[in-house]
Design a protein around this ligand. Sequence first.
Ligand SMILES: [Zn+2]
Length: 122
Amino acid sequence: MIPPVPDELSAPHWEAAARGVLAVPRCADCEWLVLPPEPVCPQCGSVAPAYRYEGLSGRGTIRSWTVVRKSFLGEPTPFTVVDVELAEQPDLRMIGRLVHGEPHPGDTVTAIFPDGIPAWTT
Ligand SMILES: [Zn+2]
């Protein structure tokens, strides 16, 4: 697995993941969870959203999935990637590997953190 390269906005997410916590930024102006954090809040348009990260439940629902059969980063293939809607807010989506279980849309999944990187298990 290629390690993440955090930037100023995403560093708290990766620091929490290293502790086994799924942390997502919340806009201080509109209270909307935003993933990934954008310089301009996509919900309220604030140009200074002053995000604060909070730990979530780590639960979500598979909305879609695919199998990666060729990796341009040299990772072993095949592996499954799922599009997960997080439990805390409608349409709050996160993409990640499904490391245990089968990908069935509508099934619930839980975040796990192999090597400090969020992934999913059924
Ligand atoms: Zn906002």
